[in-house]
Design a protein around this ligand. Structure first.
Ligand code: SF4
Ligand code: SF4
Length: 135
Protein backbone atom coordinates (compact mmCIF):
# COMPACT_ATOMS: atom_id res chain seq x y z
CA UNK A 1 0.00 0.00 0.00
CA UNK A 2 1.32 3.41 -0.93
CA UNK A 3 1.23 5.94 1.87
CA UNK A 4 0.65 9.50 0.76
CA UNK A 5 0.61 12.89 2.37
CA UNK A 6 -2.90 14.07 1.55
CA UNK A 7 -5.12 16.86 2.81
CA UNK A 8 -7.50 14.20 4.18
CA UNK A 9 -4.75 12.56 6.24
CA UNK A 10 -3.34 15.86 7.42
CA UNK A 11 -6.75 16.97 8.67
CA UNK A 12 -8.29 13.63 9.64
CA UNK A 13 -10.68 13.42 12.59
CA UNK A 14 -7.95 11.76 14.64
CA UNK A 15 -5.47 14.52 13.87
CA UNK A 16 -8.10 17.15 14.70
CA UNK A 17 -8.72 15.47 18.07
CA UNK A 18 -4.99 15.45 18.87
CA UNK A 19 -4.76 19.09 17.85
CA UNK A 20 -7.73 20.02 20.04
CA UNK A 21 -6.23 18.32 23.11
CA UNK A 22 -2.61 19.33 22.55
CA UNK A 23 -3.09 22.82 21.13
CA UNK A 24 -0.47 21.95 18.50
CA UNK A 25 -0.83 22.00 14.71
CA UNK A 26 0.74 18.90 13.21
CA UNK A 27 1.17 20.45 9.78
CA UNK A 28 3.65 22.92 11.30
CA UNK A 29 6.23 20.14 11.68
CA UNK A 30 8.61 20.10 8.72
CA UNK A 31 10.43 16.98 9.84
CA UNK A 32 13.86 18.38 10.68
CA UNK A 33 14.36 15.74 13.39
CA UNK A 34 15.75 18.05 16.08
CA UNK A 35 13.19 16.71 18.54
CA UNK A 36 14.26 13.10 18.16
CA UNK A 37 17.92 14.15 18.22
CA UNK A 38 17.49 15.51 21.75
CA UNK A 39 15.00 13.03 23.13
CA UNK A 40 16.62 10.98 25.95
CA UNK A 41 14.35 7.98 25.40
CA UNK A 42 13.95 7.90 21.62
CA UNK A 43 16.40 4.96 21.54
CA UNK A 44 13.80 2.84 23.29
CA UNK A 45 10.74 4.11 21.42
CA UNK A 46 9.23 2.21 18.51
CA UNK A 47 9.09 5.61 16.79
CA UNK A 48 10.81 8.79 17.93
CA UNK A 49 8.84 12.04 18.24
CA UNK A 50 9.59 13.12 14.65
CA UNK A 51 8.39 9.80 13.29
CA UNK A 52 5.23 9.88 15.41
CA UNK A 53 4.30 13.24 13.93
CA UNK A 54 5.06 12.04 10.40
CA UNK A 55 2.99 8.90 10.85
CA UNK A 56 0.08 11.04 12.04
CA UNK A 57 0.50 13.38 9.07
CA UNK A 58 0.32 10.31 6.83
CA UNK A 59 -2.83 8.95 8.46
CA UNK A 60 -1.11 5.99 10.14
CA UNK A 61 -3.30 6.17 13.23
CA UNK A 62 -3.17 2.48 14.17
CA UNK A 63 0.62 2.28 13.90
CA UNK A 64 0.91 5.23 16.28
CA UNK A 65 -1.68 3.85 18.72
CA UNK A 66 0.07 0.48 18.84
CA UNK A 67 3.53 1.90 19.41
CA UNK A 68 5.15 2.35 22.82
CA UNK A 69 6.25 5.94 22.18
CA UNK A 70 3.51 7.77 24.09
CA UNK A 71 4.13 5.59 27.16
CA UNK A 72 7.89 6.12 27.21
CA UNK A 73 7.89 9.91 26.86
CA UNK A 74 9.06 11.36 30.19
CA UNK A 75 7.79 14.86 29.49
CA UNK A 76 11.21 16.51 29.72
CA UNK A 77 10.28 19.02 26.93
CA UNK A 78 13.68 18.73 25.27
CA UNK A 79 11.83 18.19 21.96
CA UNK A 80 9.93 21.44 22.37
CA UNK A 81 13.07 23.40 23.32
CA UNK A 82 14.83 22.19 20.19
CA UNK A 83 12.00 22.62 17.71
CA UNK A 84 12.59 25.51 15.28
CA UNK A 85 8.86 25.56 14.52
CA UNK A 86 7.70 25.74 18.14
CA UNK A 87 5.94 22.37 17.93
CA UNK A 88 5.69 20.42 21.17
CA UNK A 89 5.97 16.71 20.44
CA UNK A 90 5.58 16.24 24.20
CA UNK A 91 2.06 17.70 24.07
CA UNK A 92 1.21 15.56 21.05
CA UNK A 93 2.35 12.41 22.87
CA UNK A 94 0.43 13.50 25.96
CA UNK A 95 -2.69 13.95 23.80
CA UNK A 96 -2.24 10.42 22.45
CA UNK A 97 -2.02 9.13 26.01
CA UNK A 98 -5.12 11.04 27.04
CA UNK A 99 -7.13 9.70 24.09
CA UNK A 100 -6.33 6.14 25.16
CA UNK A 101 -6.85 6.67 28.89
CA UNK A 102 -10.12 8.57 28.40
CA UNK A 103 -11.48 5.45 26.73
CA UNK A 104 -10.74 3.60 29.96
CA UNK A 105 -7.90 1.62 28.41
CA UNK A 106 -5.28 1.35 31.14
CA UNK A 107 -1.70 0.86 30.09
CA UNK A 108 -0.80 -0.79 33.40
CA UNK A 109 -3.02 -3.03 35.50
CA UNK A 110 -2.55 -2.00 39.13
CA UNK A 111 -3.43 -5.43 40.48
CA UNK A 112 -0.69 -7.00 38.39
CA UNK A 113 2.08 -4.87 39.88
CA UNK A 114 4.05 -7.07 42.34
CA UNK A 115 3.54 -6.07 45.96
CA UNK A 116 7.31 -6.02 46.81
CA UNK A 117 7.79 -3.49 44.03
CA UNK A 118 4.92 -1.31 45.30
CA UNK A 119 6.28 -1.53 48.83
CA UNK A 120 9.78 -0.39 47.88
CA UNK A 121 9.18 2.08 45.06
CA UNK A 122 9.27 5.80 45.94
CA UNK A 123 5.78 7.11 46.66
CA UNK A 124 6.15 9.87 44.10
CA UNK A 125 7.04 7.35 41.38
CA UNK A 126 3.91 5.35 42.15
CA UNK A 127 1.66 8.42 42.05
CA UNK A 128 3.26 9.66 38.80
CA UNK A 129 3.04 6.20 37.27
CA UNK A 130 -0.65 5.88 38.08
CA UNK A 131 -1.34 9.31 36.68
CA UNK A 132 0.43 8.46 33.47
CA UNK A 133 -0.60 4.86 32.87
CA UNK A 134 -4.01 4.43 34.48
CA UNK A 135 -7.34 6.01 33.46
S1 SF4 B 1 9.22 15.33 26.20
FE1 SF4 B 1 9.08 13.19 25.58
S2 SF4 B 1 9.34 13.18 23.36
FE2 SF4 B 1 10.04 15.16 24.13
S3 SF4 B 1 12.26 14.91 24.39
FE3 SF4 B 1 11.30 14.48 26.37
S4 SF4 B 1 10.96 12.28 26.40
FE4 SF4 B 1 11.36 12.85 24.27
S1 SF4 C 1 11.89 19.57 15.86
FE1 SF4 C 1 9.85 20.38 15.38
S2 SF4 C 1 9.82 20.67 13.16
FE2 SF4 C 1 11.57 19.37 13.64
S3 SF4 C 1 10.78 17.27 13.41
FE3 SF4 C 1 10.55 17.82 15.56
S4 SF4 C 1 8.48 18.67 15.76
FE4 SF4 C 1 9.01 18.64 13.58
Amino acid sequence: MQIKLTKENLHSEFVKLIERISGEELANCYQCGNCTGGCPVSYAMDFGPREIIRLLQLGQEDTVKNSNSMWLCVGCLQCYCRCPKGVSAAKILEALRQITLRKGEDHEQIKEIPFPFMKNAPQQAIVCGFRKFVS
